[in-house]
Each structure stands twice: as C-alpha cells, then as structure tokens.
Design a protein around this ligand. Sequence first.
Ligand code: NDP
Length: 479
Amino acid sequence: SPAQIGVTGLAVMGRNLARNFARRGYTVAVHNRTAARTRELVAEFGGEGDFVPATTAEEFVAALERPRRLVVMVKAGEPTDAVIEEFAPLLAEGDIIVDGGNAHFADTRRRERSLRERGIHFVGAGISGGEEGALNGPSIMPGGPAESWEALRPLLESVAAKAADGTPCTAHIGPDGAGHFVKMVHNGIEYADMQLIAEAYDLLRTVAGYEPARIAEVFRTWNTGRLDSYLIEITAEVLAHTDAATGLPFVDVVADRAEQKGTGRWTVQTALDLGVPVSGIAEAVFARSLSGHAGLREACAELPGPRCQVLDERDAARFADQVEQALYASKVISYAQGWNMMQAASAEYGWGVDLADVAAIWRGGCIIRAAFLDRVRAACAADPALPTLLADEEFAEEVGEAQPAWRTAVATAVRYGVPVPGLSAALASYDALRAERLPAALTQGQRDYFGAHTYRRTDREGAFHTRWGQDRSEVRADG
Ligand code: NDP
C-alpha cells in the first residue's frame, strides 16, 4: 500500500520520528542519502510497523500517496537546501515538504516563498524533545500554509506528545517561518531556564554550603511545587549522580565550559533586530560564552573577591527558600520576555500567532515542559491582547510577593561574589518595567548635547533641541 508519510534523513531524529509514525499505524516511506542507514532502520525496527524502504529519491517519491507528505530530517543549513532541490523537481502541485530540522526562520521564509512559486507547500516545523521526544512524542511547531496543516494534522497529532489533559502538543503556528521562529524562542527560553537553575545551584552551594546530593533534594522538593518541570527534574538527577571513576559528585568532575549549538544566539540576534529586550536569554548565552574563555578566566583568576562565611543551618534553610522565590520570579520574567518577542515577530511578519496555543503545545514533549505553562496558556487565553505576562493578575501577584526574597537572594549573591547574571538581569527588568521615571531622560539629554538628536518633553507635544554650545535656549526641532 502507498505510504501516508515519508521521512528522509535517518540519523537519530529522523529514524526515531519514522518509528513513531510507524508505531502509530502509519505506513512510512524511509530514505537516507547513505542507503546503509535505511537498511539498518528496517533491519532493526522493521517489526514495529510498516516501512517502505527507498534507495533513490524517485523510489521514495513514488512510494507516497498523493498529495505527498515528506518530512526532511537532515542537518540544518546547506544540506536542507540540497535535499529540497533533490526532491522538489520530482513533486507535483500540492505536495508537502516538511522541514523538521532546526532551520533559521529566515531560511524557512526563503524556502517557503520559492517552493510556493513552484506549487509546493513548504512547512517549516520546529520539533523539540530530542531523540527521546522524536520517538515517544515531541512538541511539534509547524508553520506554513493553512491547507497543509489540515493535511498533516491527523498525523502530527498522532505522533506528538500529549499534555496532562490529553491534548496533542502540536498546533498550526502561522505562515512561512512562524513555526521555526517559535521553536527558536523555545530554545532561547530553554537557555534562560538552564542558566537560572545553574545560578540557584551555585548559590545553594556557595552561600548555603550544601553538597550536590543535598541540593538534588532541594530541587526534588521544588519540583513538587510551582517550579515543577522537566528541567528541574533532570537537574536533581544530574546533581545526585556520583562519578564512577572517582567517587566524586558528577558535577565536580565535569569541565565547567558550557557549549552551544547556536539557537540561543539566533534568538538574541533576532531580538536585537526586533528591538525586544530578552535580557534573560542574552545573559544565558553570554554566560555560556564566558565559561569557555579559558584565557580570560585564567588571567582574572587571582583578582580579589569577598570573604564570606557559609550560612549556618537555620539561615541556610531560609536562604534556600529565598532562592526558590528568586528562581521562580526570574523564570516568569524570562517567559514574559520570550512571549514579547513572539508577539513582536508575529506583528512584524503578520503571522497571527496564538500565544495561548504556543504555551499549550509546550506543556508536553519539549525540553521546557512544565506545569507552569498551563497557567501561561490560561493567562493568554483569558486575554489575547495581554501586553506582558506581568500584566496578568496572578503572575503579577506572585512576582510581587516573591520580590523581597528575590532582592535578598540577588543582594546576597553580590555580597558573596557569586555571579548571578540571570537572576539579577531579571530583577533589573522587573524594576525597569515598573519604574515611574527611567534615566532614559538623561540619555536623551546627552544625545541631544553631542549629536543634536532632539528630545520630547513631558509637558508639550513636539521635538525639541537645546542649543548647548550657544545660549542654551530651546528650539522646536520638528519644523
Ligand atoms: P544530523 O543533524 O546529524 O544530520 C545527519 C543527517 O543529515 C543524516 O541523515 C545525513 O545523511 C543527512 N545529511 C547531511 N548532509 C546531507 C546532504 N548534503 N544531503 C543529504 N543528506 C544529508 O541529524 P540529527 O538526527 O541529529 O538531526 C536532524 C535535524 O533535526 C537537524 O536539523 C537537527 O538540528 C534537528 N534536531 C535535532 C535534535 C537532536 O536532539 N539531535 C533535536 C531537534 C531538532 P547521511 O547519513 O548520508 O550522512
């Protein structure tokens, strides 16, 4: 029988996604540039369902029912263009190419435009959850034409993760690059979440004097409350792990240089272009870069820092609670920033992204899945025009209540010399957003002084300039 879906690119992600479709009862055509991978897949997992192995692109395309649905899971960048160019000439009007790789949304916009002109539907789909997710249920963020969503919907809903209430973690995000954009912001938020968790760990270790195994217990407790999430859960697992070779805590034998594949950097670069402050994500990306600058760190290793005593048992317990509050409030700020970024892009590109849907499909399958996202979903659904999560009554109240402890945690970090760029940037964002007057007024004065860039007044309409170099009289600058 003809295959309902095809997967080309059978490295870990493609193979697992193909198996996921087959296990759900679909007939899956499978193809890979190097045919050995296709043979291996069928030899090892052929018993899991109906696979139609194809050696050539022609065989692969011929195996698919019309309109054809083919998923490309190859290395992002040039390989994706090469594969699209290989298949597009073999396809017919209305066929659908899904790119499930980690493409940059600008590439997806370009590919979608060019394929649309050739009558082919192109769906840039963000897929999160790593290899385990691909096999057992990822969160899937498809962009592209609405008709292709209708054609893909039953298949994607079937293989996607299910949220606690049973709804599939996939939804049509919007046209062209919307899906890959949202996936990029997901990864940016993931960076921010991970950085905040790392800072909380560092504080518990340095200020409270807790050992990793004890910190694992603290995280396990946090995971039963409002911080309940996959990342907190695995943090406890990693901290509780002992290195077999040395008997030391695993976290003490791992080199402290964090690596990155680039989606966090893309998020920050894009945020700069859109003019949306995402300081939590930016600090997380910079923290990873800093950790890798061995030369700089060595050059600064002897610089003086404060000398502080580890807290006693009672104060340490109180401090741990303050750190939980700081972590939670900062997490709300990072998500609010990520949400603002999606709002801005949706407006800029006319995508019409439903932010309640985004929260809903991140509740399961993806790396940032968390109980918290159900509340974000509810807040966005209750008011689709919500300017920021901080304007939601419940979040505002929680962050407001956490605020004194958050300040104490950040102030303590500063006193102890523990770097907390994520926690402190989040607090600075909170304070800047709630400020009645910002020193931006002074910045405008300086700009007018050295560059005649003009300023606006609080009491009158119009643009003004002060003749700083002459008699300091004020003139209208807008004609
Ligand atoms: P890789 O990114 O390692 O890519 C390997 C696959 O790409 C192989 O099938 C390879 O074929 C194929 N390929 C590379 N270059 C070409 C080319 N020029 N022409 C044809 N095929 C080519 O595989 P992953 O499974 O790790 O990831 C697949 C995609 O999913 C990537 O875009 C990745 O960013 C994304 N992704 C990965 C996640 C993960 O956890 N790994 C999570 C979410 C998304 P061959 O066997 O012939 O070399």
